[in-house]
Design a binder for this molecule. Sequence first.
Ligand SMILES: NC(=O)c1ccc[n+]([C@@H]2O[C@H](COP(=O)([O-])OP(=O)(O)OC[C@H]3O[C@@H](n4cnc5c(N)ncnc54)[C@H](OP(=O)(O)O)[C@@H]3O)[C@@H](O)[C@H]2O)c1
Length: 325
Amino acid sequence: MAKRIQFARTGGPEVLEYVDVTPAEPGPGEVRVRNHAVGLNFIDIYFRTGLYPAPSLPSGLGTEGAGEIDAVGEGVTMFAPGDRVAYAQGPLGAYAEQHVLPAEKVVALPDAIDYETAAAAMLKGLTVQYLLRQTYRVKEGETILFHAAAGGVGSIACQWAKALGVKLIGTVGSPEKAELAKRNGAWATIDYTRENVVERVRELTGGEMVPVVYDSVGKDTWETSLDCLQKRGLMVSFGNASGPVEGVNIGILNQKGALFVTRPSLNGYADTRERFEAMAAELFEVIASGQVTIDVANRYPLRDAAKAQEALAGRQTTGSTVLLP
Ligand SMILES: NC(=O)c1ccc[n+]([C@@H]2O[C@H](COP(=O)([O-])OP(=O)(O)OC[C@H]3O[C@@H](n4cnc5c(N)ncnc54)[C@H](OP(=O)(O)O)[C@@H]3O)[C@@H](O)[C@H]2O)c1
């Protein structure tokens, strides 16, 4: 038997159950990973609450982890038992001691990167890779706006932007979070719970505003974000921490300056083995070179996944959180 977290109905953290299951055998093309660390992400909360529907219930939860290959299914030649690996996509169920997923969603983990770092970095770091290097390829000297800059994704974005010579203005919810974002390389911070974000962006950019806004807060920041953009700027709406953006009349993009908007996801970028490997290689490189340090700020035993999710949803965390089986 092995432990896993599952939920039989959607709702608050209380729906998460810590149960015994018989680990599944990997099918053709699949591997079973013995997790050493599991990544906690906001998307897990969207599945738990039902904002994103799980394919069936009861369901496992989580898509990110790192550990050793424990068994391989028919036809798998890329990996063998004992290999150190990490993953960030695939079926729900990473909140578990063992997780079965397609081998093509798994990458070999360089020796220099430990399991906790990998579990804290894969989903969030690959997200920053596509945001800064693909969705809008930031250029040296540019000023950009990035919301929730002290969070898991935000902490990586601050460091990666700095390494690329980009001036990142990060929004944060407290003075302590502002300090942290600055230490991580944010060029400036704005406390969006106390300050007028549009006015501060105007001041900081000498009236120019920014060519791109990375917005994972969603509902609460949507319109503010559009107002921070230059003419023909790009709004990258990539999350819903405050709730989803709904009921948009696209005429608003015209009113606010012929703007562009995109709603990307990791699955939309790491959609082939080749692209996934290239993105992971770039992420491992910025970690190994020391340009990006992964802040594993919060650790919880796997059984306490509900507590960990409460802290994340309650804006109490900074950096990344891992669950330890
Ligand atoms: N599309 C993708 O591919 C993709 C991939 C990964 C993550 N994401 C998104 O990126 C965001 C960050 O993910 P993460 O796991 O690293 O989480 P996180 O940033 O560590 O935590 C979310 C942060 O959002 C801020 N926030 C603002 N309004 C909030 C509200 N009403 N409720 C809760 N938090 C609020 C809080 O920071 P302050 O207190 O500083 O405001 C909070 O700490 C999430 O929205 C997630 O869905 C998207």
